[in-house]
Write a new protein. Sequence first.
Length: 566
Amino acid sequence: MNRTPYSQLFSSRPLGRRTVQWLVVLWACWLPAKLGAQVIDESTSQDSFFVGVGTLNNDYVAQSFLANITQVDSIGVWLRRDSGNARVRLLLTGDNGVNRPDLGTILYSSNPISPVDSGSWHYESGFTTILEPGRKYWVVVDGFNELGATGFAAIGTSNAFTDSGDPLFFSSDGGIFWTPANNLPMAVLVAGDTCRFSVPVNPAQPVLCPGETITLSAPTGFLSYSWSTTATASGITVDQTGFYTVSVIRSDLCVGTGSVTVVPGTIPFTNLDTSYTICAGDSIGLSVIPFFNSYEWSTGSTLNVETISEPGIYWVEVISAAGCVTRDSTILINNPLPDVSLGADTSLCAGDFIFLDAGAGFAAYAWSNGQSGRSVFIDITDSVWVTLTDSNNCVNNSDTVTVTVNPNPVVPSVTQEFNGLVSSFAQGYQWFLGGFALGDGTEQLYPDPPPGEYFVVVRNGFGCSAMSDTITVFEGPVGNFVSQGFSPNGDGLNEVFFVEGVSRFPNNLLIVYNREGNEVYRQQGYANDWDGTNSNGQPLPDGNYFYYLDLGQGDSPRRGVVLIHR
């Protein structure tokens, strides 16, 4: 079919806007009838037949051609039924690279065709396949692989070879091996249009993230554009997923089409809490869902995990493979560590003890010497600290207090001589009469003592003291008395811990500890009523207990040991 070149159909004068619009209208009416181009035309009556497609031994017959069109409109072959229900299919395939049909890339497959006895041309149309001009393709007659011995068809052949110069090929094993039929080209027809082309749409695989828009674009430089949205620019911005098409008109008035499907993208999911709380000096690892495309933390890390320790606001930005972005943030709160000072290092004398108090308000106390509770007593040389746990479960150690226990001097002996009372040798002396220190009694000899009960307290170089037994110069009043033991057994005798004259000191404080150093009894304003029970009113086991008595007058507290024996 001869064609008049497109350039000779119109004047060579420059085209104005109205002229271009007129040409587009003319093209719409004229193009389908004028731009068809037959690539192969062997539509004359058959010269001979190739018999056997559809039998058990011959399943495929194929003919090659070189494409000089872009869009296939129809294919046809000459068929005749030779026996039975001789149904076949027409296939359009690519070439496998070694001059044989590629049944793995079937470009088109028809519905079953039933040839007639006298034979006729059979055509298939409605193709959407785009060919590449100059490449080899194949028209294949498939015996449909279902006929068996029920029927077979004959294929018309021609005396003229196609533009590929190849003969007809047939296969008897399902298309694995192909055999040429020399000097028997198949009578085929392939018709199409050289004025259609495909248009790429970018991006080729668009993903629309929730709440965002995406721009679809066709190449620039065409005379006109028509999108399925009715837009007429080279690009459109959409905010909905779905199928979008575009048609363009090239300068030679050929039509190009393109399409793309916009699919929904998923926002990456993060799982950070609103805030995290740690103790000062600790750290915490944050993590978000792995396997996304990229991560960026406010710290600069690009992993899906990050370790933080300083208080503040942290964020992470996550990008999915589709390009959807989400950002999540959290606040790190640092709780301070519990802190307490136990005081300065101190020295004790043998038999004395010191109380260390860590203060109230902590959830747990663990002392280095194994004791527990808010306060403990120390009566040996030791370095002691306490591990504190607060209500936030933060843990910290206190400062260390070193307690040194020094030896006491030997218990002094007192003798009464003609010139007074004499103590055994020591580094310091203090004489007492009736329990009161004598201002002039600071020497080894206390001369001319008046009547009364005397004792002496001596000191060594560590400042530790020892008290002598009482010696009576003359009969005198009894001094202050403190029970060394009592028996709370209900017999009415010696039932309580007795401190003579304690009622005169209403602001006194009595604290009692067991031998493990745990506080068992505390009484502000003690009034000679402790009957050997603990602070909960439960009887304490028999044994020795340490007491601490502060009369509240600014004097040194009294310490001692008392025995409970029921």
